[in-house]
Ligand binder design. Sequence first.
Ligand SMILES: *Cc1c(COP(=O)(O)O)cnc(C)c1O
Length: 497
Amino acid sequence: MTMNYLSTRNKDLRMSASQAIAKGLAPDGGLMTPAVLPRLPASAVETMKEMSYQQRVVYIMNSFLEGFAASELTAYAAEAYGGGKFSHEDVAPVRKLDDNTYCLELWHGPTCAFKDMALQVLPHLLTASLEKNDEKKTVCILVATSGDTGKAALEGFRNVDKTKILVFYPKDGVSEIQELQMVTQEGGNVSVSSVVGNFDDAQAGVKTLFSDEELVAELTQRGYFLSSANSINWGRVLPQIVYYASAYCDLLKSGAISKGEAINVCVPTGNFGNILAAYYAKVMGIPINRLICASNQNNVLTDFINTGTYDRNRTFYNTISPSMDILISSNLERMLFELSGRDDKLVCEYMSQLAEYGSYRVDSSIRTKLKREFNAGYCDDQQARDMIAKMWNEQNYLIDPHTAVAFHVLEEYREETGDDTVTIAVSTASPFKFCDSVLDALGVKEHRAGLEILDQLTEVTGVPTPAPLARLKKRRRRFEGGVEKSAMKNCVLEFLK
Ligand SMILES: *Cc1c(COP(=O)(O)O)cnc(C)c1O
């Protein structure tokens, strides 16, 4: 098998596709990335245009996954995106708002957030990878979540053979519904724990576990090895490339754009995984012009794109878009790798400065390239609430606070630049995951307690509650535990007894 994945910190550190997916992270701390980014044939869009979403998945993923037969990928795509798993038959439908504004809805999956797009298929890619690598041990997925990944990973891996999954979420950083979704998770191979602190604490804790040699040795003896389902895993990024290609095909099919016409995308961003996938889609040949990076008040990426200095030494805000409350955007490393002309030494340098000082400044060539590809803006909580109200009042379209960040930043971008290119704003969660903030935005002062708030939002708007959230009412809490960051290791050892 060809070793055609490499570490962003050492191009000589090679793995096959199945190894890259099974390992999740390179042993040197780098991110496994395709040695060559495949280019789509000129006819690709015309071909994919006539395909179902599942067929588009196979078409795109096939060119990245040597060692996986198309028939295997077809089966995974069917299991992940077919069979009623998604409540919309297009899986990732594109909704028209006006002649040059479209919304890509990525939350029709089982947990009502865009993480399902990747985490429904990742378990299939991962278990197949383990088999291809002749791995006998059981994999234990460790997840640090800012809210949505945890639930989506639990749902994706629930009762999948030869896997276990343990999710850590920041105690003060997820919504009530997000927390309920996780602590009521069913399945015999799952566990959930809160961690004192914010998302960066939880994520740093998980990273420490991965590099804890004593822990790894002990688990090996017990027949386990650790892997990641965080968006640093290539198996997370790859499925996300598909929906950008798919959305482009849908726009073309509906006549919204003409053949070859370039579009912009505006992506609400946290760990930089979603927008990175758009960049890869562009490199592969999907006609995308501007990549607009939308942040909330944790605007470390806005500053980075505008100034070339990444600096996490700043106040951390708990916002109403908690899945973007992140000061270290892990997937940015892959972007730096590409923009530096794949200079692994330089990536190492920046990443060690980030680890040591919490900041780094990229060279002028990277700064120029960043500006050539990206625009960036941010949106505070009040602006997000205003946008939710505006979309509801003017378009009769109910959006969640993350999606509102994208629409706000898009509006500012258009005011500043006058650019009226057809643009896809990415919608990453159902508004019903964030009822409190959405009701606030709509001016509803008294909120019902617990899950009754779902009915309240339905009564106020007439929009039905997504079935997976309505079902939460019948679920019991299974996981009540919480730990200090220093006790995460014990938590793993207990779980894998
Ligand atoms: C994870 C998430 C994001 C951020 O996506 P990244 O890939 O981390 O940039 C945005 N919105 C929602 C609802 C999310 O769950």
